[in-house]
Design a protein around this ligand. Sequence first.
Ligand code: HEC
Length: 190
Amino acid sequence: MRGAHVLNTAAALLPIALGLGCSGGDPTQTNLEFLPEMVDSVPFDAFSQNPNTRDGKTLMAPARGAVARGHTPLHFGPGPEEAARAGRELQSPLPAAPEHLKRGEVLYKRFCGACHGAVGAGDGPVVPPFPVPPNLTLPHAVNMPDGQIFHVISFGQGNMPPHKTQIAQADRWAIVQFVRSLQQPKGAKQ
Ligand code: HEC
């Protein structure tokens, strides 16, 4: 313990000793440079030129098709045709489970209820003046495949705005699960 104390004291005094050693000289002259490797970094700087890379830049662009960690690409654009294709091609990655349903309910109330209403009847508190949405429990929405509802949430539809930047993909699927539960005939709801 005593040894450590002496070492700590020495470490604390070292910068002062160095400071004294470096000051007091001619201010127009460069002082003694201590540990110059810390000033002039050995690796290439992010924005410096680099003779070793193909485009001569140190900071390289990601390889074509690279996917950022934790990011699931969504290869769809907006519009009804893409919505129909999403309906054919996309499957929910979430199994039907109470925790997803619960999460979907919270998010539905937060992001959808204002327009679509608490049970999807299209009677949320902001309509009017916002355009009245279709009742989500009518056959048109009931017959939409999960992937299409996911697409509508992501990219919007007609007067409905897109939500893909506000709601994470997994959360959008949780909302789909909750919308499905609203569409169950009364009494069959979990
Ligand atoms: C600003 C109001 C608004 C919000 C918020 C909103 N919607 Fe919509 N939604 C609409 C309107 C209006 C339509 C009808 C769009 C059209 O076809 O012109 C619609 C259409 C839909 C449809 C298609 C129904 C059909 O039968 O064609 C689904 C499904 C849907 N919304 C689900 C959602 C979900 C889930 C959320 C929350 C993530 C949400 N909406 C948020 C206004 C909204």
